[in-house]
Design a protein around this ligand. Structure first.
Ligand SMILES: Cc1cc2nc3c(=O)[nH]c(=O)nc-3n(C[C@H](O)[C@H](O)[C@H](O)COP(=O)(O)OP(=O)(O)OC[C@H]3O[C@@H](n4cnc5c(N)ncnc54)[C@H](O)[C@@H]3O)c2cc1C
Length: 382
């Protein structure tokens, strides 16, 4: 591993190793999404990931486990980068409450939180967060999925796209429109295995092995008790769920991109005698990598301290992805033409990083958001 990254005050709570690599390699080969559960269940770290994002009030029933339940956002950022060094699909395929945890913790009543989080205390469980739609994409304002009030609850109709773990999840949060206009969007806890949901797995180039689903909802009944944020004003609901989720997790998605890029650098220079121009280029890229990595850490720290981040979290993700793309392209152009094993690994990294451009919003949208936000962001590393 490269010394430029190591830091003496950086306690190692996840040590990437051969076992994680073997699990990631198996995930890349799976033929059907159901295999994700079986492969992940064989990983000794899976129970620890199962608790990532579960609030402290719901401790594990197996307290001897090394768990990630109590880690801060900065630690989560570092964890994502380290996991992605092995393979980002470990993070996408891991059990745990994932993105849905933010919505349930932010919007849920005590009863809803108990019902949602208890399952992660007991057993490995997968969750999903269903926001994006095939026609409207992630433009939440144009959301078409409807939740129509009926006796005792709501009936959900519509389609969701690119839903991580949508094929295998045991629970999840879905966003649907109860009324026209921006305040008409609400979040619901739902059972992704319900008979009224039809789904298929999407074929992927980037992040191959991850399961992303198209889900169609035909009159799915959701009891009123599973609507999140009923005790909050409509103006507070969306801000407390979707926006809070994305602000916290966008830098972490950036960290995944940086982890993939660091691995690519590692592979590229392993067992090689670098020429002087190659060394100079690599040193420059390492310095830029470190600057962007620290920018993400800083934003996570500010969010954790409940200070307004100096940089828009979406722009942090954007900086990470742009740098990772440039770095991996540079490595591909500088790789020996006949070294197919190395080139294959670099091309895989290239495809994976392209997927991060889309995960949690594209760069154009983040630039627009930053442009319209006040005060303007103060720094750029690129
Ligand atoms: C690996 C992966 C995992 C995902 N997991 C989930 C998940 O679990 N749950 C979920 O709900 N979604 C998930 N998504 C979906 C993801 O959030 C969306 O793909 C992403 O937000 C982009 O939205 P879109 O696909 O609609 O693209 P679009 O918004 O349609 O963008 C397409 C292109 O048009 C550009 N563009 C769009 N609007 C504008 C504009 N106004 N001005 C200028 N340019 C514009 C964009 O920059 C982009 O280049 C996942 C995606 C990936 C790749």
């Amino acid at each position: 591993m490269k010394s430029f990254y190591d830091h003496p005050s950086d306690p190692d709570f996840f040590t990437p190793g051969a076992e994680a690599q073997a699990i990631a390699d198996q995930l890349r080969q799976i033929a059907s999404p159901d295999e994700t559960r079986a492969v992940m269940a064989r990983w000794s770290q899976a129970p620890a990931f199962n608790l990532l994002g579960v609030p402290a009030e719901y401790p594990s029933y197996q307290p001897h486990l090394q768990d990630y339940q109590h880690i801060s956002l900065t630690e989560r950022y570092r964890l994502y980068e380290k996991v992605a060094f092995i393979s980002p699909i470990l993070m996408f395929s891991a059990p745990g409450p994932g993105m849905a945890a933010f919505a349930v913790a932010g919007l849920g009543t005590e009863q809803q939180q108990n019902a949602f989080f208890n399952r992660f205390q007991q057993t490995l469980s997968w969750s999903c967060f269903a926001m994006t739609e095939p026609a409207q994409g992630s433009d939440a304002g144009a959301m078409e999925t409807t939740a129509s009030p009926v006796r005792g609850g709501y009936r959900l109709c519509g389609r969701k796209m690119f839903i991580g773990n949508g094929m295998i999840a045991d629970t999840g949060v879905i966003f649907a429109r109860t009324a026209p206009g921006p305040l008409g969007i609400n979040a619901f806890i739902f059972n992704p295995q319900s008979a009224e949901i039809s789904r298929y797995a999407l074929a992927l180039n980037g992040l191959k092995g991850t399961n992303l689903a198209h889900m169609q909802f035909d009159d799915l009944f959701v009891p009123q008790a599973d609507m999140l944020g009923r005790h909050l004003k409509p103006t507070e609901r969306f801000a407390k769920s979707a926006i809070a989720t994305f602000d916290a997790l966008r830098p972490c998605v950036g960290a995944l991109a940086l982890g993939v890029a660091r691995r690519a650098m590692h592979e590229w220079q392993r067992d090689r005698q670098l020429t002087l121009p190659q060394s100079a280029w690599l040193s420059q890229m390492e310095r830029r990598w470190l600057a962007v990595y620290r920018l993400g850490l800083q934003v996570c720290q500010q969010t954790e301290d409940k200070r307004a981040p100096e940089n828009h979290p979406g722009m942090v993700k954007t900086h990470c992805v742009i740098l990772a793309e440039e770095l991996i392209c540079g490595l591909i152009h500088r790789a020996p033409a006949g070294d197919m094993p190395l080139l294959n690994r670099l091309w895989q990294a290239f495809r994976d990083v392209k997927a991060f451009e889309y995960t949690e919003g594209t760069r154009q949208i983040h630039r627009l958001n930053q442009g319209y936000s006040h005060p303007p962001a103060v720094s750029s590393c690129l």
